[in-house]
Design a protein around this ligand. Structure first.
Ligand code: AMP
Ligand code: TRP
Length: 321
């Protein structure tokens, strides 16, 4: 069994990434799993090259700091040839209509001028990421479900048209924290690239800042403690964050807390505790250039060994080489 997932260095890693994805990856690894920094995905909208390079290193350090085995991590662009080649082959079995229907493309392109073509095609790059390594489980947050569905469709289509080479992957959603919301605007999901960071807790935020952001989280005027994501999204979000940190259910927690203020302090305390060591280890790793470079190079070698046979098989079946 192989689980595979990626995280895009389009900003600093935030609490939604941590609870919905990275921490989960670290808890459930098996020796064949792969977790990577998808830096190619960070170029689908205007980006700053120096910042991208720094965020890629920072994100890699966070994956390690959270406890993912160094043998299982890599940086996507270190295998540019493999990922780009596989993407091309898969673009040739994906229709324009399928790409255009992706919700993320619709959301991110709406009202924008100068939309990069890569924003349209990037789900196929994600499909290539998954299929290259024969992953059968893809643990991601709910926002990526449609892309994993596309991976299933394209894997089956290629296998039927050209011959069995791809494993058809399965989506694995987290039991809790599938969609952590922005603390300042609980109608939106918490995102690295949010324009206003008041409602986004970053994994490397210092404790006093975390305290402040959670203390100012938007709730509601009902003064009622219940787990009701539709009726009370702000409160439900806080309960979900607490649930993801403690392993309890949001509904049970709602019964244990007496008012909004004590909910907020419980959440702040749990999050600060959860992130304390991660922050410390990340800073140490970023400072140790040689070690981080060594882990990165070894990860790239291992990933290449894994990717090559399947890539070569797919190229041959498609009539190349
Ligand atoms: P991204 O920030 O798009 O690179 O996402 C990396 C991983 O974190 C993916 O598996 C996402 O589904 C997950 N993720 C991102 N934001 C959230 C959120 N607000 N709540 C839960 N999971 C999230
Ligand atoms: N596109 C994903 C995101 O933005 C990250 C990602 C890239 C990914 N490649 C992947 C996730 C492959 C799972 C599998 O969140």
């Amino acid at each position: 069994m192989t689980s595979l997932s990626g995280i895009t260095p389009s900003g600093h890693v935030q609490l939604g990434n941590y609870l919905g994805a990275v921490a989960r990856w670290a808890r459930a690894t098996t020796p064949d799993d792969l977790y990577f920094v998808s830096d190619l995905h960070a170029m689908t909208s205007a980006h700053n090259p120096a910042k991208l390079r720094a965020l890629t290193r920072e994100t890699l350090a966070i994956l390690l700091a959270v406890g993912i085995d160094p043998d299982l991590v890599f940086v996507q662009s270190d295998l540019l040839a493999e990922h780009a080649s596989m993407t091309w082959v898969l673009e040739c079995v994906c229709t324009f209509g399928e790409a255009r229907r992706m919700i993320q493309f619709k959301e991110k392109s709406q009202g924008q001028s100068g939309v990069r073509l890569s924003l349209l095609t990037y789900p196929v790059l994600m499909v290539a990421d998954i299929l290259l390594y024969g992953a059968d489980k893809v643990p991601v947050g709910a926002d990526q479900a449609q892309h994993v569905e596309l991976a299933r469709t394209l894997a089956k289509r290629f296998n039927t048209q050209y011959g069995e080479v791809f494993v058809v992957p399965e989506l694995v959603l987290p039991p809790a924290a599938a969609r952590i919301r922005d603390l300042a605007d609980p109608t939106r999901k918490m995102a690295k690239s949010a324009r206003n960071s008041a409602g986004v807790v970053f994994v490397l935020d210092p404790p006093d800042l975390i305290q402040r952001k959670i203390g100012r989280a938007v709730t509601d005027g009902l003064g009622r403690l219940a787990y009701d994501p539709d009726g009370q999204p702000g409160v439900a979000n806080l309960l979900e964050i607490l649930a993801a940190c403690t392993g309890e259910s949001p509904a049970d927690l709602a019964e244990q807390v007496k008012d909004y203020a004590s909910l907020k302090s419980a959440v702040a305390e749990a999050v600060i505790e959860e992130l304390r060591d991660v922050r410390k280890r990340t800073v140490e790793l970023i400072d140790d250039r040689t070690e981080l470079d060594r882990i990165r190079a070894a990860g790239a070698r291992r990933a290449r060994e894994r990717a090559r046979p399947r890539l070569n098989g797919a190229l041959r079946m498609a009539g190349l080489g």
